[in-house]
Design a protein around this ligand. Structure first.
Ligand SMILES: [Zn+2]
Length: 381
């Protein structure tokens, strides 16, 4: 189809090139069709591992195989690569390995162009380290054989001055956190998938940013830049807080973190914090943090009971006629089951599947807890 258009265009405009995406259904190189000389293929690298660069883990193998396939049938390939979390432009997103290694990899695989889509929020910017990435990319697209780590250092030294050592240390901390081979997160990663975002990581990051802010005292412009770099830590805490991550942020500390978050958002006029969100989403987010419910995670769980053909939902299993926390029951597959305390995860959600049915097969489970009230009142659970 693209070739036919290319032929028509070539007749009237021999100097015009057409670009077509190798994206989703069109990523696999064709077996017999060959792109016309005036067609450029724009290949997309997305939904792969963002913790490690191409060549550092086998998650990218499929992409590399396809890119090599394309480069056998055309010498006109450009790349569309993605360098942020599109759900969370503000979240700590340590993809620095990809940032410093991909331009050279593409250059050495016959690619003639790279579009690095990041988190430079419209109008005023403000995405997590978006200026740093944009500058490093600009440098590496000019000359991909420069030392990417030295470029990051150069940016940090010049932009953060006396606060630079702490910012550099934070970047190092984040890079180390995603180094293990077990780390894998993509450009649409949920909070759970960004498993490097532990309470300990955020505590250490906060300590470094507090030192950086102290070093920037007396220079209001520098302090603003440091506060912008600190913003992702506040944002991550608030996001976990919203889903009951009590270890990330206590109810006592939440107002102060929210205040620091909103002040920096306002100060930098940040308009958007994810691809699908408009400006309203920011005020909605602030409101929901203020009204965040408390999560109850100390449950006793019992299951799985049989749920073949979903019939279990209509079956009154023994706990529906009386609770005996010491009793044993016959569960799905004839297995003996008994009540177990729930071990909370990183958020306040009680993940029944993880405990009761880790293999994802159907089952019925019960959760039990008592509530005591000092007087008659309405309790929303
Ligand atoms: Zn990886």
């Amino acid at each position: 189809f693209v070739n036919e258009i290319a032929d028509v265009v070539a007749e009237k405009h021999p100097d015009v090139r057409l670009q077509t995406l190798a994206y989703v259904y069109s990523e696999v190189p064709p077996k017999t069709v060959r792109p016309r000389p005036n067609v450029t293929i724009r290949m997309c690298h997305y939904e792969y591992c963002e913790a490690h660069a191409i060549g550092q883990c086998d998650d990218h193998d499929v992409f590399v195989e396809r890119l090599e396939g394309w480069s056998k049938i055309t010498d006109s390939i450009t790349i569309w690569d993605y360098y942020t979390n599109f759900r969370h432009y503000l979240i700590p997103y340590p993809n620095f390995e990809s940032v410093i290694h991909h331009p050279r990899f593409y250059a050495e695989h016959n690619c003639i162009g790279l579009f690095a889509q990041g988190n430079n929020v419209r109008e005023h910017g403000g995405g997590e380290f978006s200026a740093l990435r944009a500058w490093v990319f600009a440098q590496l697209m000019w000359n991909p054989y420069q030392d990417g780590n030295a470029l990051i250092d150069e940016f940090v030294d010049n932009v953060y001055g006396p606060a630079a050592p702490y910012i550099a240390e934070y970047i190092q901390l984040a890079r180390e956190a995603v180094k293990p081979a077990s780390m894998r997160f993509s450009i649409f990663a949920s909070l759970e998938q960004m498993s490097y975002l532990t309470p300990d990581f955020l505590d250490r990051a906060d300590a470094l940013f507090e030192k950086a802010e102290a070093a920037a005292k007396g220079d209001p412009d520098l302090l603003r830049r440091v506060q912008l770099a600190h913003l992702p830590i506040h944002y991550a805490r608030l996001q976990f807080y919203l889903v009951g991550g009590a270890d990330y942020l206590s109810r006592e500390r939440a107002p102060a973190v929210l205040e620091a978050f909103t002040r920096t958002m306002r100060d930098h006029q940040i308009k958007q914090f994810g691809e699908q969100f408009g400006e309203d989403a920011i005020s909605d987010f602030v409101q929901s943090v203020k009204a965040a419910p408390e999560y109850i995670t100390d449950w006793k769980l019992l299951g799985p009971f049989d749920n073949t053909d979903r019939a279990g939902f209509d079956t009154a299993y023994p706990p529906e006629s009386g609770i005996d926390l010491e009793a044993s029951y016959t569960g799905a597959g004839g297995e003996t089951i008994h009540w177990k305390p729930y071990e909370p995860g990183r958020t306040g959600y009680v993940d029944l599947a993880r405990v009761i049915r880790p293999d994802d097969s159907p089952g019925v489970a019960y959760a039990y807890r008592t509530f005591e009230a000092d007087r008659n009142k309405t309790l929303q659970v």
